[in-house]
Design a protein around this ligand. Structure first.
Ligand code: FES
Length: 129
């Protein structure tokens, strides 16, 4: 797999053509995340049905690295069980990306935080009152 500026071909493709952007109208797990250092932010939305992620979308005001990571993450999540989704940490996202530039690894961390917080929001909503 080739790289450019430390980005894998897969990440470059996601950067050029982000997948699953926009608002997910029937989301039942939502997170707003912000990197305090660079100020980049994203809203991440999940739809969970019968214990599986059936859709994931995002909107972002951020760098190319975070947009590529968020885009890839939406694809990685679809069809996963809640358990499997909860394993999707920064390193798992970087590995699935075919590597992440070390200077941009916090962009993958932003995506991982978005997943963790959206799952937590889903769990909160799903909990009996
Ligand atoms: Fe801030 Fe990428 S530079 S998340």
């Amino acid at each position: 797999m080739g790289v450019s500026g430390g980005y894998s071909d897969l990440l470059i493709e996601h950067l050029r053509t982000p997948r699953n952007t926009g608002v997910l109208q029937n989301a039942n797990g939502v997170a707003v995340v912000r990197n305090p250092v660079c100020g980049d932010s994203a809203t991440f939305m999940l739809r969970v049905d019968d214990g599986r992620i059936t859709a994931a979308r995002f909107t972002a005001q951020g760098c190319g690295g975070s947009i590529a990571a968020l885009s890839l993450t939406t694809e990685l999540l679809e069809g996963l069980s809640l358990d499997a989704a909860s394993q999707l940490d920064r390193d798992a996202i970087a590995e699935a990306a075919g590597g992440f530039p070390s200077s941009k690894i916090h962009c993958a961390a932003l995506a991982a935080d978005a997943v963790r917080l959206a799952l937590a929001d889903y769990a909160r909503r799903a909990a009996p009152a």
